[in-house]
Ligand binder design. Structure first.
Ligand code: SAM
Ligand code: GLN
Length: 305
């Protein structure tokens, strides 16, 4: 990278950086070069263009080189900057958690709309496998009377979720609890039932994990992605286990992977859930499955999941 005169100006540096990332096989090289430069200079991306001829000093250049090297090793931008935007909110992220995906916003919107329609005074929601806490926190912010229980099997992930709960000032309404799937619900909320169970569980078939992009396969937690041999392990367990924790009129909302809708709809229907339907994401792929608690079902205490 040039170090004298014009070559230190933002626009010239950006061009070099973007070419470098492109050579390293980064898909969104120009965008990433801009986002990372804005991060290093603590500016908005748009300001890079307003300040296109601003020279960078040695310290800034060294810092920018360091983050570019990380990106060239295919570390995702969000792990480098330490945050990700989701539902127009900022969430802290690092390698302990999956980076929240835009398609997961469909899941959040689905739950928000159903809860709003039910107009319950103090709705209770459980987010299973909360990771960064993005789903739990955004729901709590959009539904100001709701209480959310956020669970994860990973205590590392819960460390990030708790930081995000605090960042958004939600300590009084979002509780984080460690546990294997529904275990975290057992002793929670004074043993009351929840009105909604929401989850974006791991759903990638184990054999497909290594073929994912290096950003995912080398950096995101395996435990956040691995859905077992056919990717459906968590749906089987949730289909069997959730009924016990859902209040009358309660529902289950799950994110699913590409092509999993028929199987997941089948599992929930078999488990007795009603009104089972899938909802498409913006690319027309079925991304969310929702289902109502089986009517008049017998609640088994200590039921196996
Ligand atoms: N909810 C976050 C989101 O949508 O961005 C993270 C979803 S990530 C796909 C799945 C999460 O489930 C990970 O945080 C992982 O640690 C958690 N998880 C994996 N196995 C689990 C289990 N047996 N019980 C509870 N959580 C589990
Ligand atoms: N959406 C993620 C991906 O395809 C997978 C997340 C999950 O397993 N729930 O990278």
């Amino acid at each position: 990278m040039g170090v004298t005169g014009r070559e230190r100006q933002l626009l010239a540096i950006l061009k070099l950086a973007s070419e470098y990332l492109e050579r390293q096989g980064v898909d969104s090289a120009r965008l990433d070069a801009e986002v990372l430069l804005a991060h290093v200079l603590a500016m908005d991306r748009i300001d890079l263009y307003v300040n296109y001829d601003r020279p960078m000093d040695d310290r800034e250049l060294a810092e920018y080189r360091a983050v570019l090297r990380k990106r060239a090793s295919r570390m995702p931008v969000a792990y480098i900057t330490g945050f990700k935007e989701f539902m127009s909110l900022e969430f802290a992220v690092d390698e302990r958690v999956l980076i929240p995906r835009p398609e997961t916003e469909i899941l959040v919107e689905t739950v928000r709309d159903r809860i709003t329609r039910a107009s319950k005074e103090r709705p209770r929601i459980a987010d299973i496998g909360t990771g960064s806490g993005a789903i739990a926190c955004s729901l709590a912010l959009m539904l100001p009377s709701a209480r959310v229980l956020a669970t994860d099997v990973s205590s590392d992930a819960l460390g990030v979720a708790k930081a995000n709960v605090k960042k958004h000032g939600l300590e009084d309404r979002v509780v984080c609890r460690q546990g294997d799937l529904l275990e975290g619900l057992g002793a929670s909320m004074e043993r009351e039932m929840v009105d909604a169970i929401v989850s974006n569980p791991p759903y990638i078939p184990s054999s497909e994990l290594d073929a994912l992009s290096p950003e995912i396969s080398q950096y995101e937690p395996r435990g956040a992605l691995d859905g077992g041999p056919d990717g459906l392990d968590f749906y089987r367990r949730l289909a069997r286990g959730c009924v016990e924790f859902l209040a009358d009129g309660g529902f289950l909302a799950l994110e699913i992977g590409n092509g999993q809708a028929p199987d997941v709809i089948g599992l929930l229907t078999e488990a007795g859930f009603g009104d089972v339907e899938s909802i498409d994401d913006y690319s027309g792929t079925a991304r969310v499955v929702v289902a109502s608690r089986p009517a008049g079902c017998r609640v088994l205490k200590n039921g196996a999941m």
